[in-house]
Design a protein around this ligand. Structure first.
Ligand code: 13P
Ligand code: SF4
Length: 302
């Protein structure tokens, strides 16, 4: 493994490439990553970088977002089968039909969606800025796709805004139940419970903190607490245990695993960079339209 890590680092230098890794990735990928974080943070790195090649250790919509933002760069996704179950719950046709039912209402699109879906929306958001993005529209009604849980969570945070949601969700987070949180409170009364807003809103409501993957990590960094129950994908717990060995982190359930995220390996990263394969390409018309939606978000969420 050490040898492979050295080879990837050397290739990055030779080819002026960077590697962006989501916090749900297999933890050994951090050894070669230039930036590790949540969707918003990684999108901003894709926007800022001067590198010619971006290797995206994440899932398809994330690599696609990097390409939308940086069309002149070569964007590689080491394993092309790494999709997102939530993003796949709405295609272009379903998006168009959803909008038809609610003409004239602005559409907010969670970043976990395809370029074709983003192209039909007014503004993009991530889990860390969704409330601010909806607020920035200054309206009392929005459509929100595809995550019904995040959309409903946003509605609860804002007075006088109706959020009409599409019926999508992330099965990894949607599977967490109110009983799981209540049980965790009983078993670990001295722990803080930190929850990703892709969980059902009635579950999120029971947390001490609700936020994105980076938000959860930042909360731990700023806290003097010693024990935390983490309600998101296992990769976040793996990193917290590595970075804070003197504290205790409990994953809410053993099955909090995003299988797509775990498809990327160091071997595949090396292969995609060495041979410059698994490149993401997007039709230019779709790219421009989806860029408007992301650019608008990046302007609000500096
Ligand atoms: P973050 O924006 O918090 O990284 O979430 C992305 C994601 O896919 C969570 O399931
Ligand atoms: Fe998609 Fe869920 Fe995996 Fe996040 S955890 S990438 S929303 S399937």
């Amino acid at each position: 493994m050490k040898n492979l890590i050295e080879r990837i680092k050397k290739l990055k230098e030779e080819k002026n490439a960077i590697i962006l890794a989501h916090s749900y990735q297999n933890i050994e990928i951090d050894e070669v990553a230039d930036f590790v974080g949540d969707s918003l943070y990684l999108s901003k790195q894709a926007e800022k970088t001067n590198a010619g090649i971006i290797v995206f250790a994440g899932v398809y919509f994330m690599a696609q977002t990097a390409k939308i933002i940086s069309p002149d760069k070569k964007v590689l996704l080491p394993n092309l089968s790494a999709g997102c179950l939530m993003a796949d719950m709405i295609n272009h046709e379903q998006m168009v039909n959803f909008k038809k039912n609610y003409p004239e209402i602005p559409v907010v699109c969670y970043i976990n969606s395809t370029a074709e879906v983003k192209a039909e929306c007014d503004i993009c958001c991530t889990s860390s800025n969704a409330v601010d993005i909806v607020k920035s529209l200054n309206t009392n009604k929005v459509l929100f796709v595809p995550d019904a849980n995040l959309g409903s969570w946003v509605e609860k945070q804002l007075e006088g805004v109706e959020v009409i949601t599409y019926n999508g969700n992330c099965p990894v987070h949607h599977g967490v139940q109110i009983e799981d949180i209540k049980k965790a409170r009983q078993t670990y009364p001295d722990a803080k419970i930190l929850i990703h807003p892709e969980c059902k809103p009635e579950v999120s409501e029971l947390g001490d903190y609700v936020g994105s993957t980076s938000g959860i990590i930042d909360y731990v960094r700023a806290s003097s607490h010693k024990k935390f129950v983490i309600v998101t994908e296992k990769g976040v717990v793996d990193r917290l245990k590595r970075d804070y060995p003197d504290r205790e982190f409990i994953l809410i359930k053993n099955n909090m695993l995003c299988e797509s995220m775990k498809l990327t390996t160091l071997e595949e990263i090396w292969k995609s960079l060495e041979y410059e394969i698994n490149e993401i390409n997007i039709d230019e018309n779709i790219r421009k339209l989806s860029y408007n939606c992301i650019e608008r978000m990046l302007k609000v969420s500096v």
